[in-house]
Write a protein that binds this ligand. Structure first.
Ligand code: 13P
Length: 285
């Protein structure tokens, strides 16, 4: 499976598009994501954070992934932000073909050691692995603060450290910090494109941009042209989901879930379709 995933990232890299990676924690969100991918003929990554997969069910997420893959094979199931080696083992045993080891809270040397251990384990099990260097602040929700008050230069990925990090850990892709943060903030994120350019040049690795919600279409396009291969989106779908659900439940006379939940999935789909088009991933299967 790992080599098939590497081939897909390489295709994205060579053809100048990015793989959209969309988080899910409910069936309606998952349906919205997959419907959009099928409609636009886009390869897609569906992903769960630790909280999301605990809520959805670890084994359940793998079972549903296999069911989807039978009808639409251009899907990768990915474990987002996994913070311990034990959790990496648990996810791989359950059947995730792609994982993210997030050691960004550890010291540089400790992050190298733990990521290398996770990478060796993942590769021995034919699993693709993303590492992370630099901090990506915030959770996938609406924030009351301004990004400029929480983002500091010292959490941004250093290109020279990134070079050493990818060489010593053997990871397949790297999540970086260049002014991106999870969630939607009072101000728009300002991406440091010079830093991105330097990281791409120093590492030659597939690069991942977390915190996609709130980033403008032109910034996405520029980031892709400078070496971003995968972009994570969560908050914008969560907000669309909640608004559509509230609207669907307001003054309701029938209590049939699939009557109002289909609008919830459609609202998620709309967000995903917009992103797939911005990422130039349509018609790439
Ligand atoms: P957003 O919630 O900002 O879209 O970020 C999602 C993400 O990066 C998941 O890892």
């Amino acid at each position: 499976m790992r080599h098939w995933i590497i081939k897909l990232y390489k295709k994205a890299n060579d053809k100048g598009f990015a793989l959209g990676a969309f988080n899910f924690s409910t069936n309606e969100i998952l349906k919205g994501i997959v419907d959009a991918a099928v409609k636009l003929k886009a390869p897609i990554i569906i992903e769960t954070s630790e909280g999301e997969r605990n809520f959805f069910g670890l084994e359940e997420s793998v079972a549903v992934y296999h069911a989807i893959k039978k009808k639409y094979p251009h899907v990768i199931l990915h474990a987002d932000h996994t913070k311990s080696f034990e959790e990496i083992k648990r996810i791989i045993a359950a059947g995730y073909p792609s994982v993210h080891f997030d050691g960004s809270k550890l010291s540089f040397r400790h992050n190298i050691r733990e990521t290398k251990r996770a990478a060796e384990y993942a590769h021995a099990h034919d699993v693709f692995i993303e590492g992370e260097l630099g901090g990506i602040v915030g959770g996938s929700t609406m924030h009351k603060k301004s990004l400029k008050d929480v983002l500091t230069k010292d959490i941004m990925t250093d290109p020279e450290q990134a070079k050493e990090f990818v060489e010593l850990t053997g990871i397949d892709s790297l999540a970086i910090s260049i002014g991106n943060a999870h969630g939607i903030w009072k101000d728009k994120p300002k991406l440091d494109f010079e830093r991105l350019k330097a990281i791409a040049k120093a590492t030659g690795k597939f690069l991942v941009l977390h915190g996609g919600s709130g980033i403008s279409a032109s910034d996405f396009r520029k980031a892709i042209s400078l070496g971003i291969n995968k972009i994570n989106i969560n908050t914008e779908m969560r907000v669309a989901y909640a608004h559509a659900l509230l609207k669907g439940l307001h003054n309701r006379e029938d209590y049939v879930p699939y009557h109002y939940l289909k609008d919830v999935s459609a609202a998620v789909s709309k967000v995903v379709e917009e992103k797939i088009i911005i990422f130039k991933a349509e018609n790439k299967i």
